[in-house]
Design a protein around this ligand. Structure first.
Ligand code: SF4
Length: 449
């Protein structure tokens, strides 16, 4: 178990390093700038974006209101379609299930499409430890794998890298003479990945949505690699968080464009697949992962965050994320949504320090396509952390002192005088924060009279 103080200190140190990397921040700013332009165009295609968002929020809320019923319906329909369903309460259990399926089929090589839940449960490391080759087939994730780095962002895993840096990675890790032309780099990755698809015994994918009424798995992607993962190898394993449900297949008419618009500014992602059972002669396994989601549900108001469709919009708008970047968080899910859900998903630490990594400007709440009140939940997390005694002793002393002062006009007056005195003798606040002026408003006002 990681020590709370240790995780918070690591976060502070990582953010200090990240904000000093001005070139890296310029790359991120450029990429996020072009994202915002595309998303603004995408939203203009909607007759009423706010109404679409309200409908989506209500639909996901309906799922949460009858979560058990929708989960059981989904399970029954997957089985009726010829698939198998496994329930994993923890990350450890999910890894064990996937390893057991792999062993049962003598799997030696796995191809994977982009899946944040597999990052969350550290699946690749477990498979590799068991002597199984794992190849990430999403281009961004492939580059992350070559560099030995986790994804920097939940949608665009290498948004922090320039083409030149990707070329250097290819030259170093793949021993190829690559220029930094995007087409050339893509061709190199394509050749390597084709070979991996052909030798794979198992394909692993995530799921964007699970359709309760039909037992279908909806996967949306831009490269076509997920299709090759689930249609080529004889065994397909889907890993999905238990919050991914939608009631009916017609809900996709709302959610697919909503996710594409908020995620990348596209009207619709290029490849949208619905899987309704195993491929001919193959096997389909669906692993439903809890790993703290029911803990988040039990939290009460923060359960609203289970509506998240992982579009990444709140990361892109967040001034903290833009400056400290994805790796500083030390978590699978970064930015505002990561700060809200991580303290509930991970029990290896408190992680409540992340809820303070926010200016509470509310921009994340404004952009969320499923209407999650993210900045409100960051405050709720802070409140809950204090109730659990996670605040530092000096914070308790400071706020009790502040309360004591604010409860009496006389004490408030004296505190004001003390502050002006501190300013007069040249004391300065942290990080250049201005000290109060030398004369209080009360003194000035009584002078006017
Ligand atoms: S919280 Fe909202 S904006 Fe953030 S990733 Fe989830 S759906 Fe997107």
């Amino acid at each position: 178990m990681m020590n709370t103080q240790h995780a918070a200190q690591q976060f502070t140190q990582a953010t200090r390093r990240a904000v000093a990397q001005t070139e890296r921040r310029a790359v991120i700013r450029r990429n996020i700038g072009s994202y915002h332009q595309k998303v603004a165009e995408g939203k203009r295609r909607y007759a009423n974006w706010a109404a679409a968002r309200d409908r989506a929020a209500a639909r996901k809320q309906q799922v949460l209101a009858q979560w058990d019923r929708y989960l059981e319906a989904f399970e029954a329909n997957v089985i009726a379609n010829g698939g198998r369903v496994h329930w994993a309460e923890t990350a450890e259990e999910a890894r064990r299930i996937v390893l057991a399926i792999a062993r049962q089929h003598g799997v030696r090589s796995v191809v994977k499409s982009k899946s944040m839940v597999t990052e969350e449960i550290h699946l690749n490391a477990a498979l590799e430890q068991a002597g199984i080759e794992v190849v990430e087939t999403d281009l961004g994730e492939y580059v992350c794998q070559l560099r030995g780095e986790p994804p920097f962002h939940i949608v665009t895993p290498i948004m922090h890298l320039s083409r030149q840096e990707v070329a250097v990675t290819f030259r170093k890790k793949l021993q190829v003479a690559a220029s930094d032309r995007a087409e050339e780099l893509t061709q190199i990755a394509r050749q390597r990945l084709r070979a991996a698809f052909l030798r794979a015994d198992m394909g692993i994918t995530g799921a964007n949505f699970l359709i309760a009424e039909t037992g279908q798995i909806a996967i949306t992607e831009n490269e076509g690699n997920a299709r090759l993962c689930f249609s080529g190898p004889p065994v397909h394993v889907v890993l999905a968080g238990i919050e991914k449900l939608l009631p009916t297949v017609s809900d996709l008419a709302l959610f697919w464009p909503l996710l594409a618009t908020s995620g990348t500014g596209q009207s619709l992602t290029v490849y949208n697949s619905l899987i309704a059972g195993p491929r001919a002669g193959g096997e389909l396994h669906v692993v439903l992962v809890d790993n703290g989601r029911t803990r988040l549900f039990a939290a009460g108001e923060q359960r609203e965050a289970l509506r998240c469709i992982r579009c990444g919009a709140c990361l892109n708008i967040c001034p903290i994320y833009q400056n400290v970047g994805g790796h500083s968080y030390g978590t699978t899910y970064q930015g505002p949504v990561g700060s809200v859900i991580t303290p509930w998903l991970r029990d290896d630490d408190d992680w409540s320090h992340l809820s303070y990594a926010s200016s509470l400007c509310g921009a994340c709440t404004d952009v969320c396509p499923v209407g999650i009140h993210l900045h409100h939940h960051l405050l709720a997390n802070r409140r809950d952390a204090v109730a659990r005694g996670r605040d530092a002793w000096w914070q308790r002393v400071l706020f009790r002192g502040w309360l004591w002062v604010m409860q009496s006009p006389e004490r408030y007056r004296w505190a004001g005088r003390l502050a002006t005195w501190a300013g007069a003798v040249g004391l300065r606040g942290p990080r250049g924060f201005p000290m109060p002026v030398r004369r209080t408003f009360r003194d000035w006002w009584s002078g006017q009279r």
